[in-house]
Each structure stands twice: as C-alpha cells, then as structure tokens.
Design a protein around this ligand. Structure first.
Ligand code: CO
Ligand code: ZN
Length: 344
C-alpha cells in the first residue's frame, strides 16, 4: 500500500479532542486532571460512570442482551514522567523516571509539574563519546537556591510539548496512550444497538506496571477484554525489525513481551476487519506490554487481546501516529463491539 496523504476532509472535532487529551498532564499516579477531562467527554453517552479506588475511570455503555457478553475495553490515561528525589543547595532538582523514560530524549526538554511549575532538563558534562544516564540529568526551574525551589522531593512532572498536526500524521508527547483514549471516547459516542454490556476503562498507572487495569479487570470481571494501546513500528531508518508501519491500518496484537493474545480474540478481530474492509496489520512486538496482560490474568483468566495504534518514537516527547490509522481504529473497535462475539 502506498502512502498517500488523505484528501478527504478530516474530522476537526476529533483533532480537537486529541489535542485536548494529549496536552492535559497526567503522569502515572497523577491522573486526576486527565480523568476529569475524559469524564467530561463521555458523560452524556455512558449509562454509568464511576472511579475505582486506584483512580480508574470506568464507564458502562449498554446492557447485556441475548447473545451479549460483558466486555472490557481498556485504554490507559497515564503517561511517563519524572519524580523529584533531591533538590541541591543551588536549587537543581534530581529525579527518577516514572515509567520508561530515556535520558536521550530528556536533555533540553521542558517539564510541567502538577503544581504548575515549569522547568527545563539540563545535563552534567559528559565524558567524550558516552551516553547520558538519568543520574547525570537535573531539572532547572529557574530557582536560585533550595529554599527558593518551587518543587520538592516527591513532586511529579510530565513532559511539555504542544500537539503538532502534520496533516496525515499527528505528533504529541503522550500519544501513548491518549490516542487510544480518544479512540475509546469516539467508540462510546458511536456505539448503538450493541448486544453487549461494555465497560470502557480509562486505566491509571499502566506505565509503571499495568496496575490500574489489574484492579479494574478484577472489578469488572469481563467475559472478554481488549486493551487499546500504541505499538512500535519498523518503518523508520535503521530501526527494529518489525512488520508494523504507519498508515497501513490499526494493528491486531498477536503477542508482546507481557502476554500472548488469545488466538480466538485475534481471529475475531481479523474476521471483523476483513468483513468491514478495514485495513489492519498483525503485530508481533518483541518488547513492551499493555493492559491486555492484566485483563487476561484477572480472576480465573479472561480471553483478551489488544487493538494497537502504530506509533513512531514511543516514549519520546514527539510520538507520531497516522490520522487514517486512528479513524480506522475507531471503525474497527465500534464494529467489534456491535456484533455478537463468537470465540470459536
Ligand atoms: Co507507554
Ligand atoms: Zn501505552
């Protein structure tokens, strides 16, 4: 398939939704702002909305009808970030990573703390030809001393970078996994006449070990579950060997390093994509995990899979997805939830 920029009009409301979601801060454990933003978007469409003890936002859409199942769809609303460990006498803050943060993408970056403080990331002098480690980095908030520093031990920040619309491709700091939150929100709005009771979970603390989805899946106790998350691509210069590329449709996960998708769920997803002529790709991800694992291992076990949005530069401040893939992911998710699910 050749890559041709879409000529048809794009959905401006969807673009505005994506911009709002990716620009709302929410590092793992600090999801209150993004949770409120999502709740606002779905309150007129869900039959019931609640927040569980960990902070997962759980929205029920529909009731179980004959032939229907209880389905859980999980998109995580947390993002990677940093936590202050020490502030020195001159006001420079040292930090640890929240989730998988690379020192290479930190240097020169800008951060936004949950208390509104902004700062930039500096680096100590490095030995020639050495790569930086997180220990070499510090946050400079413009403070003159430790007393003057507006952040203290335990304070959390996320990366700050405005949404960038490149046309066929969209770029932001937290496409992982706000783009899936946008897909789930669109599906909630579009879902009509589903035979299923669908629980849309906007999960917390995924980046630190699928923690939100673990309690959410236990609480929802679904018959079948789907995570929606980003996945890596093999379509940039001299990168990993991987079949998934931008603009070839959403990916149906076969495995990652956290779980093996249930083959019956994979077959159900592939059949739905084929039947509705939605382009799709099969994903085998060498390293990485999603909420699919947490759902699969809930209670006595749940058939689970994952709908993936191909994404370049994951866990950098400039994660890139394809607009067309996002639209097709919404179509596929709505189709999956609208029909009877036969896990043969
Ligand atoms: Co991630
Ligand atoms: Zn993710």
């Amino acid at each position: 398939m050749t890559k041709t920029p879409s000529t048809k009009a794009r959905d401006e409301a969807l673009l505005a939704l994506i911009k709002k979601l990716v620009e709302t801060p929410g590092p793992s454990g600090q999801e209150s702002l993004i949770r409120a933003a999502v709740a606002e978007e779905i309150k007129d469409y869900a039959d019931e909305i609640r927040t569980d003890a960990l902070g997962n936002l759980i929205a029920r859409v529909g009731t179980k009808k004959p032939g229907g199942l209880r389905v859980m769809v999980s998109a995580h609303i947390d993002e990677i970030g940093l936590m202050v460990t020490h502030v020195d006498a001159n006001g420079f803050a040292r930090f640890i990573a929240i989730g998988g943060v690379s020192p290479l993408t930190c240097i020169g970056g800008r951060v936004l703390f949950m208390n509104g403080t902004r700062g930039v990331i500096g680096c100590e002098r490095l030995e020639p030809n050495t790569a930086p480690t997180l220990e070499k980095l510090f946050i400079d908030t413009g403070a003159l001393s430790s007393d003057d520093c507006p952040v203290r031990v335990g304070d959390v920040c996320g990366f700050e970078r405005p949404f960038l619309d490149l046309g066929a491709h969209l770029v932001a700091k937290s496409m992982d996994d706000r783009i899936s939150a946008a897909v789930a929100i669109q599906a909630i709005r579009a879902l009509k006449d589903s035979p299923h009771e669908v629980f849309f979970v906007f999960s917390v603390q995924e980046e630190v070990g699928l923690r939100g989805a673990t309690t959410a899946a236990y609480g929802v106790n679904p018959d079948v579950g789907l995570a929606v998350d980003v996945t890596r691509t093999g379509d940039t210069p001299r990168t990993i060997k991987m079949e998934v590329a931008l603009d070839k449709g959403p990916a149906i996960k076969v495995r990652d390093s956290s779980f093996i998708a249930d083959p019956r769920v994979v077959n159900w997803m592939v059949a739905a994509a084929k039947a509705s002529k939605i382009p799709y790709q099969l994903e085998v991800l060498e390293a990485g995990g999603t909420d699919g694992r947490a759902i699969q291992l809930a209670h006595a076990g749940v058939p689970a899979g994952c709908l993936s949005i191909p994404c370049r530069y994951i866990h950098s401040p400039s994660e890139m997805v394809s607009y067309a893939d996002v639209e097709n992911a919404v179509k596929l998710l709505v189709r999956l939830l609208s029909e009877e699910i036969k896990l043969g």
